[in-house]
Design a protein around this ligand. Structure first.
Ligand code: ADP
Length: 458
């Protein structure tokens, strides 16, 4: 590791790579620190879908959309608790960030769109491998090609060094050798992600988020940047807002990507009694709260072979599917009875629910829950039934930032030389983040933080 550099970026997920590559492209020397043995963070674990209003697929399909429409959905979806100015930056920057990923990062996209819960239109583009690792592996490769950018794995930042009011360095510890050192620098970008895997911190800010709830997050998501930032004088905001993702493995907490059939409007959600109980495309918090009220705190997703084939998801997520099938978290049956039997789900009632649903699909109208997506009937078998429950997924709170990605102190004044981007920064998603908005956020604010940190060192 160099003893000094211009910019240190803490965290090697999407926000960190966007910041580091941007700062290097501005002509600066940059060190990117990653505490784990692999780069990628929660970004790599995500589906990588990105809300990008006005994107090329929408244009080809004649879908009208705008940054303002996304901003409205994001604000509404978070009960208007987010900062409209930060949300506007994300909404207006999203399409440009997707182009940056394409041209700077070499990321390819599927010719398909998804409509996530709480979004009023289909606007989310999908990486070709349908995984955020498409982004992080390619950005890691791109960053590795830049001579002025040093990538350091197994190297957690442990403290921000300040002299007077200014940030002057970062203390690091090599997690393999235990060796400690300090890198002197002129600016720091905190991009260390959220705190979904830190149960003490979850409970400190939101007592309901205790160890009875599993997590979808990487073990690295322990809020280090929030803790280090606070020690350096940063204001924390919205810390109590912690999101659970509704469709997670009941045994491990992993987010179930096979369940994305729902987001292509090709599945229904039922309870053990075989009844629908919520609109499948409602917000994550609405779904999660509804699921925990059902028998055993679980829900079941039903789809059939032809709908699954339309999405290709059982092939895209073949490893996940096989694992779930082996553990009977998902059951395939030629009949509804066969799919229901291992779970004890009421097959007779489910058959009635499906019959009703198929009629709603013909009518193009769901009088029970007002389904907002495309209507696709569930006709013939084989059928798939998958059990799931919510798990902690995303922390909406974090470091208080302004639209220039500067970290603010308790008096809302920028801390000189300190920037933050991505999940570590709060007050963008309000009480509840909508799906696919994180990618729009991390690459937009990551690039802003990298650019402004570089300018600060001039
Ligand atoms: P974002 O989506 O905001 O980019 P991610 O979770 O994808 O967030 O990435 C955050 C990265 O930061 C993870 O790879 C995580 O391991 C890393 N990280 C967390 N704490 C530290 C730390 N103290 N020092 C270095 N890296 C860290």
């Amino acid at each position: 590791l160099p003893a000094s550099t211009d910019v240190v970026v803490i965290g090697g997920g999407g926000a960190g790579f966007a910041a580091a590559i941007t700062a290097a492209n501005e002509g600066k020397n940059v060190v990117l620190l990653e505490k784990m043995g692999v780069f990628g963070g929660d970004t790599a674990l995500s589906g990588g879908e990105m809300a990008a209003p006005g994107n090329w697929i929408q244009v080809q399909e004649g879908i009208a959309d705008s940054p303002d429409a996304l901003a409205k959905d994001m604000l509404d979806g978070g009960d208007n608790a987010g900062d409209p100015a930060l949300v506007q930056i994300i909404a207006e920057g999203a399409l440009d960030s997707s182009q940056w990923l394409t041209f700077e990062g070499g990321i390819s996209w599927k010719h398909d769109l998804m409509q996530f819960g709480g979004h009023n239109t289909k606007r989310s583009i999908i990486p070709i491998t349908h995984s955020g690792s498409e982004m992080t592996t390619k950005l890691t490769k791109r960053a590795g090609e830049i001579d002025t950018l040093t990538l350091a794995k197994n190297t957690p930042a442990v403290e921000l060094v300040k002299s007077g009011d200014a940030i002057t360095g970062v203390k690091v510890k090599n997690s393999v050798t235990g060796a400690e050192s300090t890198i002197a620098c002129k600016a720091v970008v905190l991009a260390s992600g959220g705190f979904g895997s830190n149960i003490d911190m979850r409970v400190k800010y939101n007592p309901a988020m205790d160890d009875s709830i599993l997590s979808t997050d990487s073990v690295g998501a322990t809020g280090d940047g929030i803790t280090m930032g606070e020690a350096a004088g940063a204001n924390l905001i919205d810390m109590q807002y912690i999101q659970t993702y509704p469709v997670c493995d009941p045994e491990t907490g992993s987010l179930l990507y096979v369940g994305d059939v729902r987001l292509e409007s090709r599945a229904i959600m039922v309870n053990k009694e075989g009844d629908r109980f919520v609109e499948e495309l409602d917000r994550r918090d609405v779904l999660s709260n509804a699921i925990v009220e059902q028998t055993d705190g679980k829900a079941y997703m039903l789809f059939n072979q032809s709908n699954a084939d339309e999405t290709g998801l059982l092939v895209t997520h073949e490893d996940e599917y096989e694992n779930l099938e082996a553990r009977k978290v998902i059951v395939k049956g030629d009949t509804l009875e066969a799919a229901c039997e291992p779970f004890g789900v009421d097959a007779a009632e489910l058959a009635k629910t499906v019959e009703k649903w198929n009629q709603y699909c013909k009518d193009g109208n769901d009088p029970d829950f007002n389904f907002r997506g495309d209507f696709n009937a569930i006709e013939d078998g084989p059928y798939y039934l998958m059990a799931y429950k919510p798990a902690v997924h995303y922390t909406m709170g974090g470091l208080h930032i302004n639209t220039d990605a500067q970290v603010l102190d308790d008096a809302e004044m920028p801390i000189a030389g300190l920037y933050a981007a991505g999940e570590v920064a709060g007050h963008k998603m309000g009480t509840n983040r909508l799906g696919s908005c994180s990618m729009s956020d991390i690459y937009t604010f990551g690039r802003i933080a990298g650019k402004n940190a570089a300018a600060f060192t001039a």
